[in-house]
Design a protein around this ligand. Sequence first.
Ligand code: PLP
Ligand code: COI
Length: 342
Amino acid sequence: MADKAKPTDFDWNDLGFAYHDLPYRYRAYYKDGKWSDGGLETDSYMRVSEAAQSFHYGQEIFEGAKAYRRKDGGVNLFRPNMNAQRMNRSADRLLMPHFPEDKFIDAMKQVVKANQEFVPPYGTGATLYLRPFFFGTTPMVGVHAASDYTFEIFATPVGAYYKGGLAPTAYVTGSLDRAAHAGTGRAKAAGNYASSLLPGDEAHKAGFSDVVYLDPRLHENIEELGSANFFGITKDGKFQTPKSPSILPSITKYSLLALAPEFGLIPEETTISINDIDRFAEVGAMGTAAVISPVGSITHQGKKHVFYSETKVGPYTQKLYDRLTGIQFGDEPAPEGWIYDV
Ligand code: PLP
Ligand code: COI
């Protein structure tokens, strides 16, 4: 078995987005209609039946959140209640039980505290990524919902998800979908990510940073950018992001919709046709992992559409990034209820 990570293993200023086996994770078990008390465990490996529901029929949902080291040495969580609520909406779609919100937030704090030496120092921009996940373990061969589940939260220190951080990158549309119109796109279900692997690989091989997913019915309207939501700043000052039943309701998106008016931008969730993207002065990807990653260009049907200068981050994107990360790292006042002290 691989060795556990040690704090001295890391160069905090040069972290990728990778898994490291930290000392502690939280686990709780669902059996006979109720959750176990749950607690910290040290073994990163699990013993699960070969016939576990999730291996065959995919009852697996997850979340992504980060712990942020503040200047005063404390640690912030950003809207973990939203992760808990979204996980329970994902659970509804996959016919899984709910995990209580207060227990979820408490578990997040326990994992951060137990692994606190791995929360990267303030000023490096790096964070401790938290990965709650939850899957069916009942052995079965018929297609049914499991009756037994494991819930876990592990943590791993991370830097930028897209290489280059705030340097804009190039995206491309493709012909494959990540989710169906009335399927599981709104849920953070593992299967959506499995179906994104091939289109992602095609985009990477063609030299792009990721895929612009179009809506699965018409292949006309923008849905998502890889594993992040899309935003565009129109030339007349609107912050627009797609409205669709098959995209993941991003916590970063709802946060930026709320912050946009501070910069004079009108927030709007609306249909965004791929044929009408030249009205955007700036475009970006937003998500927990992606934070705000500027998009320099989108290539659609062989035609390249460039945003801002293609190589430099635009002024509104920079302002939104500074405000969002300022709140997350505790440098700026946050809207009521957004920050949880660990
Ligand atoms: N869209 C997809 C497909 C994602 O995987 C994520 C990541 O969680 C997001 C959007 C962004 O969501 P959030 O801002 O809640 O991290
Ligand atoms: C996140 O932003 O937290 C994600 O889950 C995206 C990706 C790492 C799957």
